[in-house]
Design a binder for this molecule. Structure first.
Ligand code: 5GP
Length: 194
């Protein structure tokens, strides 16, 4: 009797973008805890680690030389330069997640999201929106990880990113963490049913 092959489902690709200071990390952590089949892609960056960040858990912290070599070798699905540093999604890392049947969550900026959507139009893109610019400013200063100049730069980029939100498949307003999580779960579960 011929052996029957069980074909593993290929995982889907989700992108979550948000302006800096919007609370994306918190929302993302809670979402990953709630959706066990969703796995976060770990990006490579040339930015130095912030206090509490760990190599290979938060980012692959690499040098600019290593970044440029990997980029030349085609190791990145997308890349962008933001706030003076390079960021990229390692292609093989994401492929590994999807091959294992799990969905991949890319937490990347607007420029990177556009590159992925162009290559993989089936990607589901979600923009996490701050309730207002006033609230975003408040959250950024409360975080206190950046200098005043850096904060101003991030707010300027935030304004531009918010203007690109309409290019996303979904917009979720981060009014409260729990309402954002339930909306994100609804989106993911809705896609699962398709
Ligand atoms: P942070 O330095 O605050 O961790 O991230 C700064 C920005 O870089 C955020 O908007 C974040 O979404 C974005 N980012 C993080 N990883 C990647 C990536 O792999 N590719 C792109 N294009 N952006 C990324």
């Amino acid at each position: 009797m011929a052996k029957r092959r069980t074909q593993k489902r290929r995982g889907r690709l989700f992108i979550l973008s948000a302006p800096s200071g919007c609370g994306k990390t918190t929302v993302q952590t809670r979402l990953l805890r709630a959706k066990r089949n969703l796995k976060r892609s770990i990006s490579a960056t040339t930015r130095p680690p912030r206090r509490g960040e760990r190599n290979r858990r938060d980012y692959f912290f690499i040098s600019e030389v290593a970044f440029k070599k990997q980029r030349r070798d085609g190791a990145f699905l997308e890349w962008a330069r933001t706030f003076g540093y390079y960021y990229a999604t390692p292609r093989e890392f994401v492929e590994g997640i999807r091959r294992s049947g799990r969905d991949a969550l890319l937490s990347i900026d607007v420029k990177g999201a556009a590159q992925v959507k162009k290559q993989c139009p089936e990607t589901i893109t979600i923009f996490l929106m701050p309730p207002s610019m006033k609230e975003l400013k408040k959250r950024l200063s409360k975080r206190g990880t950046e200098s005043e100049t850096e904060r101003r730069k991030r707010l300027k980029v935030a304004r531009w990113e918010i203007s690109r939100a309409r290019t996303y498949d979904y917009i979720v307003v981060n009014e409260t963490i729990s309402s954002a999580i339930s909306q994100l779960k609804e989106i993911i579960e809705g896609v699962d049913r398709q």
